[in-house]
Each structure stands twice: as C-alpha cells, then as structure tokens.
Design a protein around this ligand. Structure first.
Ligand SMILES: O=C(O)C(=O)/C=C/C=C/O
Length: 497
C-alpha cells in the first residue's frame, strides 16, 4: 500500500453523482439534473451540477496540489502511481463497466472490449512514454573560446482543463488525464452531462492508489453558462483539452484566447472511406461495417461517406446494407446485443431528422431509415443502422456530421475523382482507403486532407502515433510524444562555460 494512499472511501453513491474536489466527494452548489439509461429512458441517477464557486474551488485545489507532494514527485514516482491507476480501474472493472453502460447504453460487448480496457491502458501507455522522453542540448562556440551549453527543461504546464465527450467517456477522458498527470500537471475534468459516472468513480480510485488530493478533480454540468464555460474561462487554468463538436471547440478556443492558453481540440468529422476496385471486398465490408455502425455510429472517427469505384459499387452497397441489417438491438447488458441506443432522446431525434431529410430528398434507402421496435426496451433512444445512395453531394446528409449509424454511398470512376470527393468537406479528421494496390494506397493517403488515414483497416490504434484532426476537425495532436508536447512546456537554459 502506497504510504501516501488514503484508505478507500466508501464506494461513491452513483445514484446521486457528486463532484470530486480536493480528494473529496461534494454535492454541487448548482442545480441537480437527471441522468437517464438510454435503453429504457429510466432515470438512473441525479447529478449535482457544480457552481462557479465549485469550479473555482476545484481549480484552487489543483493549483495547490502542484505546490504539494505531487509537484515534488520524481517521474518514476509518478509513473508508479499511474500504473496503480491502471491496476485500480482493472480491479474494479465490473463497476466501471456497469457505470459506463448505464450512462451510455452501449452494449457490454463493446464497453468490455474497448471502453474500460483502454480507459485503464491509457495510464500505462503514458507511464511508458514519460519514462523515455528526452529533451535537447546544444553546445555552441563563443568568441572567447569557452563556449556555451544550451539545454531544454520539460516542465508541466500546470492546471489543465479537460472537457470530454459522451461517446467513449472513460477512454477519452483518461486519454487526456493520463498524459497530463504523467507530465506532472493537475486536472479539472468536466465530463459530458450525459455520462458523469466513470469520471466520478475514478476519483475513488485516485484516493485508493494515493494520488494526492487536488491532482484530479471532477466538476459536473453543462457548457455555456455552466461548468464548461466556468472552467474554460477560469483565469487560473493553464491549458484546455477538449474532444467534441466543432462549434463547441470554436467557443473554447475563443475562451482560451484570453490569457493566451494553449488548446488541444479533437473536433467533429464527416469521415470518408474510399473503396477502389482492387480492394479485398471481405476485409473492406468487415471494416466498413465497424467504421459506419460501431457504437451506434457515435465515434468521431466513424465513416458517414463511402466512395466506391463504379465497377464494384453494387456489390459493396448490397454487402454493407446486409451488414446493417444484421445488427441485434436489445438489452445493453446482454452479450447478444450488438447495437445499443443513441445517447439521448435529443440525439436520437437529430439522427432520425437526417433519416427523414434523406427520404424527403429521394435517397435510395438500402437498409434501415427509421427507428426499430425493441421488445422490452420500447422507450429507448433507438435508430436503425442505415445505408443510402442516390443523393447529391450537396445534401445535408452528406455534408453534416450526423454522428449516427448511417452512411451514404457514392460511386466514382477515377482515382482523382475519388480523392476530390473525399476532400470536399470542411472537416478533416479521419479516412480509410481500401485497395490492394499499395502504390495507390500511399499516393492517395498523402492527398487526403485528414489527421488520420487507415489503409485496409479502421480504428487500428498505435497510441504512440499523432492523433487529431485537420481543418475544422481540430487543432493539435495527442498520442505518444505529441501528448507530452501539449502537456509540458519547454524552457531553454543557456549556460556560459
Ligand atoms: O483511440 C483513441 O485513443 C481515441 O482517441 C479515440 C477517439 C474516438 C473518438 O470518438
């Protein structure tokens, strides 16, 4: 037991979700709001919203922690605690799993293989990374012949504001918190109001493993006029990292400008897939089936535009439609369920509104197009996996980020046309290219204006690689050493010898 570890607090009551400030669970001074299970629309918890004073207390606790034991810890000491955090999440795997499913409605098959394992693994990934990071040194000649030595120090930025999304709540939160802590920062986390539970539960694990109070804080609430705005506008927050919609990202970037705070923004996307007639069709359909429909299409890296070379268009379209029809709705806690509901009634209505738009514009609906009837879960926020074709590229269904399990297929003839279609978007987050002509794969990959390109695969993640979006899909890169670049500041020291 780490000598600084505090005895495990009683298991936090996630039916009335508190904030976590300075190592203690506290009711928020704001209002309370309901958290509903997306598969049944039942209220599963009440969340206590943080007030502006609560956010201020969290930022102060984070600032104070920088000057306490945490700020004096060596990298190996921090690394040991990060590894304990990974172990601590895994030791309470089922609690995190249940909390994540109740908040999101995502199937247990998905949350148990992606969300919770990666939520824990991120701490080990950046424990490894911080141990190997180096800085630079330069020797320079000087007129007196004695020379000078320049070396860089890598220092924590300080208090980091972390605003994370509802689609992969634990994974995308620790994707930011792990490197932030590895680099010696402290954090104030605002989870999405849709998914408050796992970030709160992590507070208990922080105490269990001995992370000093104030290093990790959680404040619940909303965006404008609420916790998100209080946090991003707080003058004592040194940097902000955010994953979510582009419009919110623009607002955060504006808030960060005052005080000149750096931001790392992974934002929206309208990700294309380009399928050439040399593609391996089985692998392509397996990959597209996941990239279009996984997590009920609620993945920032997911595909909503599929461009298929004309000669194989019909075969790809029918095979993808068949994939869409094969999904099984049902109890998210059942292993038989392969597709859960969307995150909320509001989001369900947004997705279904695009289904109506497509129909009204005369789309050919190859699969889905509505909301399924799910026995026993009639009140859930369900939508069908949907495949369209036949719409013009100007259709809102093809230009807007829907963030649902839906994709529009468009045929193309030449490679140049395929590239032009894929690039015709203000977004630039991710793409997948399907071809067995590797010269073509490399040639096309260099031309697609995105941050992440997969060739003959999707969501294959080496966590050391730069991860982030181009154009309206974001600013900055996280992952591997790129996270350390964001969560530290370099100071050059020049010593006259
Ligand atoms: O895999 C990751 O590290 C990651 O960041 C995934 C992002 C998915 C966004 O919806």
């Amino acid at each position: 037991m780490n000598e600084s570890a505090r005895p495990a607090t009683k298991t936090v009551d996630l039916t009335r979700v508190p904030n976590f400030i300075g190592g203690a669970f506290v009711e928020g001074g704001g209002t309370t709001f309901e958290n509903r299970f997306p598969a049944t629309d039942e209220v599963v918890s009440v969340v206590t919203e943080a007030s502006s004073d609560d956010v201020d207390r969290a930022v102060s606790a984070a600032r104070k922690a920088l000057k306490g034991p945490w700020g004096r810890m060596s990298i190996p000491e921090r690394v040991a605690l990060l590894r304990k955090l990974a172990d601590g999440i895994n030791a309470r795997f089922d609690e995190f799993l249940k909390a994540e499913i109740r908040d999101t409605g995502k199937p247990v098959s998905l949350a148990s293989h992606i969300d919770i394992p990666r939520g824990a693994a991120n701490f080990n990934v950046f424990a490894d990374q911080i141990l190997t990071v180096s800085t630079e040194t330069f020797e320079m000649p000087t007129p007196d012949g004695a020379g000078a030595l320049n070396y860089a120090l890598r220092l924590p930025r300080g208090v980091i504001g972390v605003i994370c999304p509802w689609n992969l709540p634990l994974l995308l939160m620790t994707w930011k918190v792990a490197p932030a802590l590895a680099c010696g920062n402290t954090v104030v986390v605002k989870p999405s109001e849709e998914t408050p539970s796992t970030a709160t539960l992590l507070g208990e694990v922080m105490n269990e493993v001995g992370i000093p109070e104030g290093v990790y804080n959680v404040v619940h609430g909303f965006g404008p006029g609420s916790t998100g705005e209080f946090l991003t506008r707080h003058p004592d927050v040194d940097a902000i990292t955010f994953t979510g919609e582009t419009v919110t990202g623009e607002a955060i970037m504006g808030a960060a400008a005052k005080g000149v705070r750096p931001v790392s923004l992974e934002l929206g996307g309208k990700n294309p897939a380009i399928v050439f007639d040399t593609a391996d069709l089985d692998k392509t359909i397996e990959g597209l089936g996941r990239s279009c429909f996984a997590n009920t299409g609620q993945v920032c890296l997911g595909t909503e535009r599929v461009y298929v070379q004309r000669g194989i268009f019909d075969r790809v379209a029918e095979a993808l439609a068949e994939k869409a029809r094969a999904y099984a709705f049902g109890d998210p806690f059942s292993k038989a369920t392969s597709m859960g509901p969307t995150i909320s009634r509001v989001h369900q209505k947004k997705v279904l509104s695009y289904y109506e738009k497509a129909r009204a514009e005369g789309a050919t609906v190859l699969a889905g197009g509505g909301a399924p009837e799910v026995d026993g879960f009639e009140k859930g926020y369900w939508v069908q996996p949907t495949v369209w074709t036949g719409l013009p590229e100007s259709s809102a269904v093809i230009t807007d980020e829907i963030f649902g399990p839906c994709a529009h297929l468009t045929p193309f003839d030449s490679e140049e046309e395929g590239v032009a279609l894929a690039n015709d978007s203000p977004y630039g987050l991710a793409t997948s290219i399907w071809t067995q002509d590797l010269s073509q794969a490399h040639r096309v990959a260099k031309q697609i204006e995105v941050g992440i390109t997969w060739v003959n695969c999707w969501f294959l993640r080496d966590l050391r690689t730069p991860f982030g979006g181009s154009k309206s899909s974001g600013v900055g890169r996280e992952g591997g050493v790129h996270s350390l670049e964001f969560y530290t500041e370099l100071r050059n020291v020049c010593v006259k010898l």
